[in-house]
Design a protein around this ligand. Structure first.
Ligand code: PEP
Ligand code: MG
Length: 756
C-alpha cells in the first residue's frame, strides 16, 4: 500500500492533475469533489476530506471522498476540536494509527467515520495562516510513514495556493483571524537592543506571490535554481562588503557564518529534491521552508533555532532572486520605518536602509540571535519574543518599539506618543549630559573617588570603552565568545580573543572571569547532562574543577594572551574557600608551565573570587587573606539569598534588591573587606542602575562594574552626591523592617539633588 505521491513520478503526476483540475471550468463543488477523489486515489486512502477555515475559527467539511455526502458543509469543528481541529490549531501534521484512541478525537455521527481507524491530517497554510486541513483516512490501523506525510504536505501546499487563487472557496473563508483590531494595544516583549524607536509598521515578509507551483520542465527548474543560487551568493558577498560596519566584532563572524550557509550542500540538495518531486524552483524553496519551520517548532535549543532562522532568511532571499526582483525590503521604505517580522536573519536586516529604520520588532528572536548582534552594531532599537505581533500589526500602523522596557505600543493614542517623545527627548538630554561629564572624574561632591568599570562579553562592548569612559573591564564574561561559536574554541583561538581584548583595553585593567557555563548559559555543542535545577547544578567553577582540562586550557590561554601585561582572573560561583584555592593552584601551575616553556611573566597577576554563593559569606576571614580582590555577583547572590530563580518573570517583582537584608549584608561585607584591605567590587545588574548604585555606594562599595551603556548615568549620579551623609542614611535604612527601601531612597535622592 505505498501511496504514489512518495515517488517522484507519482508526485509529479498528481500535482499536474491537480493543476489541470483547478484550471478546468465547472461548478466549484464538482471541482472540489474531484480534487479529494484524486488525492484519495493517489494516497491509496479510503477517505480524503477537505476542511476549510470559516469565520469564527470553525473548520467546515467542504468536500470528501469516503465520508457521507450529507456531512459536507454540515460537519464543523472548532479550532482545536477533534483531530482536524488539532492539526489546524498546531499548524502541524498529525499521523495516527488509531485516531479514535486519541484524546482529542471528536465523533461526528453524520460522517460515518467510525469504521476508519488510521488518519493523517495536514494543515493548509497560506501566508503563514492555517486556511484549512486536508485529511486522509484508512480502515486498517496503519502507520503513515514520513514520506507519506511529506507527500501530503506537498499536496497541501499546492492546494492552499490553488484553492485560494482559483476562487474555490469564498473570499471570507480560509481565514481564521478575525479582522484586525484598530484599537491601541500594548504588547510585551524582551529587549534585544536598547533604545526607543517609533514610526510606521513595515512587515518584513512581503509574501512573494508564487505564480507557478507545478514544474513544466524539471531540468529547466533545476537550472533556474542553480542560477539564482549563484546570483544570491555573489550578491551576499557584495552586500556584506558594502555595508558600513566596523570590520571588528562578532557581527563579522556572524555574517561569514551566514555566507557559508548560502553554500550549504544539504540545503541545496533538499531544494533540488523538491524540484525533482514536481515543483517549480520557487515552490521548492517554499516547500523546504515550511518543512524547516515545522522542524524548528520542535527544536528547543535556542542556538539551533537561530541557525534555522538564518536558513529561512536565505530562503526568502533566494525567492527574491528567482522572481528576478530587487530585494523587496529595499523598495520605498518610509522615512520612519519600524520593521515587523516573525524572525529576521542578519543579512535581511542589512537589506534595509538604517537611516530610515527606527526600530525592529520580532515575534521570535533572542538576545544572542545573530540579528540582535547586527542590530547592536547598527544601533537600532530591537525587541523580540513579542507574541501575536504579526496578527495584531497591520502594515502602515503607527507603532512604538520600546527597547528599554521590552514592549511595543500599537496604534498609540496621541498622548502616549507624546509621552514617548518626551521620554526620547529626556533620553537624548540625559545622553548629552552624560557625554558632557564623560571625561570628568567619577568623584562625589565630598571628594570620594569611585571606580567605574564596564562589563563585557562581546568585542562590541569593548568598542564602547572609550565612549563610556570606563577605567577598565570589571567583568569580562569569557563564556560569551564560547556561546556564539559552533564548537569549543581551542587554546590558540581563546588566546587570540583574550589578547585582542587586552589590546583594545590598552592600559586599562581587564578582569577575566573564567568560564561560567551551565545554569542559564548553555553551550550548544557541549552538554553537561540535564540538571533538575540548573542554577543550583553543575556549573561554573564546579565544571572547571571536575573537568580541569577545560579550565586549564582557558588559564593557559589567558597566561599566553597576557604576555608581559597585567593579568586579572576571577573564578565564578565559588562556594568554599577550597574551591578557590584549587582553581588558583591550577592558574599557578599553568603560569609555571608557561614560564618553563620560555614564556614571559605578567607584569602583575591578581587572582580574585566572585562572591555569589551565600555560604562563602561565612568564610570571609579565611578567604580574604588568600585573594587579591573580591567581586560581588549580585545577580546570583540575590537569587540564592532570596531563593528566587533570576529568570522567572513571576518572581521578578516579588522581592527587591533594595531590601534591608541585602543592604545589611553588603554593608557588613564592605566593612570586613575594608578591615582586610581587600578591594571589593560589585558587577551584577544593580551596579548599572542609578538608584541601586546609590545604595551600593552608601553600603561602602566603591568599585562598580556595569554594562558600558549605563556608565554615563552612574557617573552623573556619583558627581551629584555627598557620600558621608548617604552612608549614615543607608545604615538607618538597612535596619528598617520594610520589604523595600526604594521609596525612601528615591525621596532622599530627590531631597538632596542627586541625579538618578
Ligand atoms: C552575577 O551573578 O551577578 C554576575 C555578574 O554573573 P552573571 O550575571 O554572569 O551570572
Ligand atoms: Mg553570576
Amino acid at each position: 500500500m505505498t501511496p504514489q505521491p512518495s515517488s517522484g513520478g507519482g508526485s509529479r503526476r498528481l500535482l499536474r492533475q491537480l493543476r489541470d483540475l483547478m484550471q478546468s471550468g465547472g461548478q466549484r463543488q464538482d471541482r472540489l469533489d474531484a480534487l479529494v477523489r484524486l488525492i484519495a486515489d493517489a494516497m491509496v486512502a479510503e477517505v480524503c476530506s477537505l476542511y476549510v477555515m470559516r469565520a469564527g475559527e470553525v473548520l467546515e467539511l467542504f468536500a470528501t471522498r469516503g465520508l457521507r455526502r450529507e456531512a459536507v458543509h454540515r460537519t464543523r469543528l472548532r479550532l482545536g476540536e477533534g483531530i482536524v481541529g488539532e492539526v489546524a490549531s498546531s499548524g502541524r501534521p498529525l499521523a495516527l494509527q488509531d485516531a479514535q484512541q486519541h484524546p482529542n478525537f471528536a465523533y461526528r455521527p453524520e460522517t460515518g467515520e467510525e469504521v476508519y481507524h488510521s488518519m493523517l491530517g495536514v494543515p493548509l497554510l497560506r501566508d503563514r495562516q492555517v486556511i484549512g486541513v486536508i485529511a486522509v483516512q484508512n480502515k486498517t490501523r496503519r502507520a503513515y510513514d514520513e514520506e507519506e506525510v511529506e507527500a501530503l504536505e506537498t499536496v497541501a501546499m499546492v492546494l492552499a495556493e490553488m484553492i485560494g487563487g482559483a476562487g474555490l472557496i469564498g473570499e471570507e473563508e480560509g481565514r481564521h483571524t478575525e479582522s484586525l483590531a484598530t484599537l491601541p494595544a500594548r504588547l510585551s516583549a524582551i529587549t534585544l537592543n536598547e533604545g526607543i524607536g517609533m514610526g510606521v509598521a513595515v512587515p518584513h515578509e512581503r509574501g512573494i506571490v508564487i505564480k507557478q507551483i507545478v514544474a513544466e520542465n524539471i531540468e529547466a527548474e533545476i537550472l533556474r535554481l542553480d542560477a539564482a543560487l549563484a546570483e544570491m551568493q555573489g550578491a551576499l558577498a557584495d552586500m556584506i562588503e558594502r555595508h558600513d560596519l566596523d570590520d571588528e566584532g562578532e557581527h563579522v563572524e556572524v555574517l561569514e557564518t551566514y555566507r557559508m550557509f548560502a553554500e550549504d550542500r544539504g540545503w541545496i540538495e533538499r531544494l533540488r529534491e523538491a524540484i525533482r518531486g514536481g515543483l517549480t524552483a520557487e515552490a521548492a524553496v517554499q516547500r523546504v521552508q515550511t518543512d524547516m519551520r515545522q522542524r524548528m517548532n520542535k527544536v528547543r535549543d535556542p542556538y539551533i533555532r537561530e541557525r534555522y532562522a538564518d536558513l529561512e532568511d536565505l530562503g526568502n532571499r533566494l525567492l527574491q532572486h528567482l522572481s528576478g526582483g530587487d530585494m523587496a525590503s529595499a523598495e520605498a521604505l518610509p522615512q520612519d520605518a519600524v520593521l515587523v517580522a516573525r524572525t529576521l536573519g542578519p543579512a535581511e536586516l542589512l537589506d534595509y536602509d538604517p537611516q530610515r529604520l527606527r526600530a525592529v520588532a520580532l515575534e521570535e528572536g533572542s538576545p544572542t540571535s545573530h540579528v540582535a548582534i547586527i542590530a547592536r552594531a547598527l544601533g537600532i532599537p530591537m525587541i523580540g519574543r513579542c507574541s501575536e505581533l504579526l496578527s495584531r500589526v497591520r502594515p502602515g500602523d503607527y507603532m512604538i518599539v520600546d527597547g528599554d522596557a521590552g514592549q511595543a505600543m500599537l496604534r498609540p493614542r496621541q498622548s502616549v506618543r507624546q509621552s514617548f517623545l518626551h521620554t526620547m527627548e529626556q533620553r537624548a538630554n540625559r545622553l548629552a549630559a552624560q557625554a558632557a561629564v564623560r571625561s570628568l572624574p567619577s568623584e562625589t561632591r565630598d571628594g570620594e573617588r569611585i571606580t567605574l568599570l564596564a562589563n563585557a562579553g562581546l568585542l562590541a562592548d569593548l568598542e564602547q570603552l572609550d565612549d563610556c569612559g570606563a577605567e577598565g573591564i570589571g567583568l569580562y564574561r569569557t563564556e560569551v565568545p564560547f556561546m556564539v561559536r559552533d564548537s569549543f574554541p581551542d587554546i590558540r583561538t581563546q588566546s587570540a580573543i583574550y589578547s585582542r581584548i587586552l589590546d583594545m583595553a590598552g592600559d586599562r585593567p581587564v578582569t577575566f572571569r573564567t568560564l561560567d557555563i551551565g545554569g542559564d548559559k548553555a553551550l550548544p555543542y557541549w552538554s553537561g547532562g540535564k540538571d533538575e535545577n540548573p542554577a543550583l547544578g553543575w556549573r561554573a567553577i564546579r565544571i572547571g574543577l571536575d573537568r580541569p582540562a577545560i579550565l586549564r586550557q582557558q588559564l593557559r590561554a589567558l597566561v599566553a594572551a597576557a604576555g608581559e601585561r597585567h593579568l586579572r582572573v576571577k573564578f565564578p560561583m565559588v562556594s568554599e574557600v577550597s574551591e578557590f584555592t584549587q582553581a588558583r593552584d591550577l592558574l599557578h601551575m599553568e603560569l609555571e608551565r608557561h614560564l618553563k616553556g620560555g614564556g614571559t611573566a605578567p607584569s602583575r597577576l591578581e587572582i580574585g573570587v566572585m562572591l555569589e554563593v551565600p555560604a562563602l559569606l561565612w568564610q570571609l576571614p579565611a578567604l580574604f587573606p588568600l585573594v587579591d580582590f573580591v567581586s560581588i555577583g549580585s545577580n546570583d547572590l540575590f537569587q540564592f539569598l532570596f531563593a528566587i530563580d533570576r529568570g522567572n518573570p513571576r518572581l521578578a517583582r516579588r522581592y527587591d534588591v533594595l531590601s534591608p537584608s541585602l543592604l545589611s549584608l553588603l554593608r557588613s561585607l564592605a566593612e570586613q573587606a575594608g578591615e582586610h584591605r581587600v578591594p571589593l567590587s560589585l558587577c551584577g545588574e544593580m551596579a548599572g542602575h542609578p538608584l541601586e548604585a546609590l545604595a551600593l555606594l552608601g553600603c561602602g562599595i566603591k568599585i562598580l562594574s556595569m554594562p558600558p551603556g549605563n556608565l554615563g548615568g552612574i557617573r552623573l549620579m556619583v558627581r551629584s552626591l555627598e557620600l558621608a551623609p548617604l552612608r549614615e542614611y543607608i545604615t538607618y535604612l538597612s535596619r528598617l523592617p520594610n520589604r523595600s527601601v526604594r521609596g525612601h531612597l528615591r525621596a532622599y535622592a530627590g531631597d538632596h539633588g542627586i541625579a538618578i
